[in-house]
Design a protein around this ligand. Structure first.
Ligand SMILES: [Zn+2]
Length: 158
């Protein structure tokens, strides 16, 4: 399997010792554009990953701060699957995604960066994307790109 090389994720690794939970902070904040939040459901919300593996890397997280899947309600579970489907459709039509990695890393041993608050990743994939990512491997360029992508995707979720 080819690996995606995403060097800006070093910033994430360096900044991950900050106190507080980013998923709780972003769900409670009103600054959706700054936080790259795309949509708010009844019990879950959709946001862009600030340290993406590919352009259009989205996440779905419950408002509830929990690491235990048993604590998610039926509504939350339903929304996660429905929102994932919506994300697939939007990423296909707006960014031309050809495939997706979808899932969650539960627990530190499974590779969860933030293991206290469940979140599901949706990583759009394109043929040859493992070769393409190093070209935009600059954090500043990445932030600009993230804002542009948010502007493009936001109307689709409204
Ligand atoms: Zn939280």
């Amino acid at each position: 399997m080819d690996r995606i090389w995403a060097p800006w994720r070093m910033d994430y690794i360096k900044s991950s010792n900050k106190p507080g939970c980013v998923f709780c902070q972003k769900s409670q904040s009103k600054k959706d554009k700054k936080n790259l939040v795309l949509y708010r459901g009844v019990e879950t919300y959709i946001l862009m990953n600030l340290y993406p593996y590919t352009n259009g890397h989205l996440m779905i997280a419950p408002y509830l701060h929990t690491s235990d899947v048993n604590e998610l309600t039926e509504i939350a579970n339903k929304e996660i699957m429905q929102f994932a489907r919506d994300c697939f459709n939007i990423l296909k039509s707006k960014l031309g995604a050809e495939g997706f990695n979808f899932g969650a890393n539960l627990g530190k041993v499974a590779g969860a960066g933030i293991d206290q608050h469940i979140h599901y990743h949706i990583v759009p994939r394109w043929g040859g994307d493992t070769n393409f990512m190093p070209v935009i491997a600059d954090t500043k360029v990445m932030i600009e790109k993230l804002n542009n992508t948010w502007e493009r995707l936001k109307p689709e979720f409204s």
